[in-house]
Design a protein around this ligand. Structure first.
Ligand code: CLF
Ligand code: SF4
Length: 519
């Protein structure tokens, strides 16, 4: 394997560092420790000591189940499931299922055969695509024939692709055996409450035993089915993630109880997502002015649940036809029309070889961070700061400020750097020019950060960021994010101690509520 060919050329000095790191990679025998990001975040291709190797096999290259993997591996969804059997107050059926998707774009619905061809087309073009998920646009288990026919076709045509589904849970207990039969290893259940009193404010009705059930009775049935389904899945050894939508004033405090309930039933990961709600979405919550949480409210809740179990903080609330790394959307490259015209060569060996190179790059990012941590661990400080990073993936600072459609947020402390979220923004640079109206919205989205790391930035946004108290940093262009973040934090601590800068708490930040439109 040509290790160096898999890593972008970053200049002579950095190239030398990289060679040292790659040498370390070659000698590396597995990390054996839990990293700051939690059990599922180890960068090694061997399982962490505290994780069952069978579980590690399932999560190590699943971009949703491992934060660390999401910088390197992609997922795709196929929109084969149009119907739904419940109503959520944050959903408008014109759009995708909001349990896994952000409102905004109606997906192109596919037959299982079309979906299978599309999966092979994507797998041939994007060899780091490792997971196929079915997440809507309705509920996959309200469309069981189409869902399982699709899984069957893909399992036979491309057995190296992991299969994943996301459901509201109402029909889940009826399908656990079939889920097992088709080797679906990952199931997400959206659980927003464990108390029907709370649930009645989220679900106006469910469709149950051929009739519509409303109010608290609907929420009670849904709750019982969700808990039963979760217990059955974990008993069957299927890895379960729970998604919860945080709705301020309705279930925000209650989600701590949800977290305990799902942990005690064996859920592997809990993903608390912000409510995305605006009047133009036409949802009950959008129309009645129900707000979503702020960035600080969301982080505080995720932090408070973290001691209980692994928390997912890198969810992009993606569309039911999303394709690519979690922070990107390449679905427009794979419309049915384009897929029909493509010459598809499914090359399992080529995919495997490519993914081996991805692993080398991935391990290099982990070792570079560990090497940088050496002096930091000896520091005594309880300072914590957030930084925003513009990246196109691969764990590097490799996106221009003006081209960023999202910023990844890292928390820095003497324990190192930790991914704590992301903020989607409108593009600042349109057609080569900075969009001055957009800049304030970008600044509001990262207002809680002390710095923004970018590959490049123009003079005008640089000045505005400085005026807002955010340090625009381009000196780490194309370097590893976490290694650079640790370097920056060491410098930050030194400057605070010498009095060169005064550390002050930053304010809150906005979570973008607008509809998501594919690039
Ligand atoms: Fe898709 Fe969901 Fe599987 Fe991932 S998405 S079905 S678990 S493959 Fe992932 Fe997208 Fe968040 Fe879902 S980032 S919306 S959690
Ligand atoms: Fe909408 Fe999904 Fe809720 Fe069904 S389960 S109503 S598709 S958000």
């Amino acid at each position: 394997m040509d290790n160096q060919a898999s890593v972008p050329n970053t200049g002579s000095d950095q190239g030398q560092n990289l060679n040292q790191i790659l040498q370390q990679v070659a000698e590396h025998k597995g990390c054996g420790t839990s990293s700051e990001g939690g059990k599922a975040s180890c960068g090694s291709s061997t399982a962490p000591e505290d994780m069952d190797p069978a579980v590690w096999e399932k999560v190590k290259n699943h971009p949703c189940y491992s934060e660390e993997a999401h910088h390197h591996y992609a997922r795709m969804h196929v929109a084969v499931a149009p119907a739904c059997n419940i109503q959520c107050n944050y959903c408008n059926r014109k759009y995708d299922c909001a349990n896994e998707s952000r409102p905004g774009v109606v997906s192109e619905k596919l037959t299982p055969e079309q979906a299978s061809r599309k999966v092979l087309a994507v797998a041939s073009t994007i060899p780091q695509m490792t997971v196929l998920g079915i997440a809507g646009p309705g509920d996959p288990l309200a469309n069981p024939e189409k869902t399982f026919k699709t899984f069957d076709l893909i399992f036979n045509a491309a057995p190296d692709i992991k299969l994943c589904l996301s459901t509201n849970g109402l029909s889940l207990p009826d399908h656990v055996e079939t889920i097992k039969k088709y080797n679906v290893d990952h199931v997400t259940i959206t659980i927003n409450m464990v108390d029907p009193e709370v649930g009645q404010h989220i679900y106006p009705w469910i469709y149950w035993n051929h009739k519509r059930v409303t109010g608290i009775e609907a929420a009670r049935i849904l709750h019982e089915r969700q808990m039963l389904g979760l217990e059955m899945l974990t008993a069957a050894g299927i890895l379960c993630k729970v998604n919860s939508v945080m709705i301020p004033g309705i279930n925000d405090k209650h989600l701590v109880e949800v977290n305990k309930a799902v942990k005690s039933r064996g859920a592997f990961l809990h993903n608390i997502m912000p409510l995305i709600s605006a009047p133009e979405h036409g949802t009950v919550f959008g129309l009645n002015g129900q707000r979503g949480p702020t960035a600080q409210e969301l982080k505080a809740l995720q932090d408070s649940c973290e001691g209980e179990m692994n928390m997912m903080r890198h969810c992009r609330q993606c569309r039911a036809d999303a394709v690519g790394l979690l922070g990107e959307d390449r679905s427009s490259e794979f419309s049915t029309e384009k897929v029909m015209e493509m010459d598809i060569q499914y090359d399992a060996e080529g995919r495997k070889a490519y993914q081996e190179k991805v692993e080398v790059e991935r391990q290099a990012t982990v070792l570079a961070k560990q090497a940088e941590m050496t002096d930091l661990e000896a520091e005594f400080s309880d300072l914590k700061v957030l930084i925003a990073v513009a990246t196109k993936g691969h764990g590097r600072v490799n996106e221009h400020f003006g081209h960023a459609q999202e910023f990844q947020i890292y928390e820095l402390s003497t324990k190192g750097s930790k991914f704590v979220g992301h903020r989607r923004v409108d593009l600042y640079c349109q057609g080569g020019y900075g969009e001055e109206d957009t800049l304030p919205t970008v600044i509001r989205a990262i207002n809680d950060c002390v710095a923004v790391f970018v590959a490049k930035i123009g003079g005008c946004p640089k000045d505005s960021l400085k005026a807002a108290g955010i340090d625009p940093v381009d000196k780490y262009a194309h370097e590893f994010i976490e290694q650079s973040a640790v370097k920056y934090f060491k410098e930050y601590l030194t400057k605070v101690k010498s009095g060169e800068i005064v550390h002050a708490e930053r304010g809150d930040a906005d979570i973008r509520q607008g509809a998501y439109i594919a690039a």
